[in-house]
Ligand binder design. Structure first.
Ligand SMILES: [Zn+2]
Length: 60
């Protein structure tokens, strides 16, 4: 079941809403464009027990 999550854009610092799919595995990464500045953010999602961590960086 997809989970609503948020990430902070590495380019402009604005928060974006996204949806992560728990069934995709313990580690996932994908690119999502910032809804504010349109820069591509690489989201690295790591599941830890019942929580998760999202690391964001700009696509190089
Ligand atoms: Zn941005």
């Amino acid at each position: 079941m997809p989970i609503e999550a948020g990430f902070q854009c590495a380019g402009c610092g604005e928060w974006n809403e996204t949806v992560v799919d728990e069934t995709g595995g313990g580690r996932q990464s994908y690119v999502e464009d910032c809804q504010v500045c349109c820069k591509p953010n690489v989201l690295a999602i790591r599941w830890m027990g019942d929580g998760y961590e999202i690391h964001t960086e700009l696509e190089s």
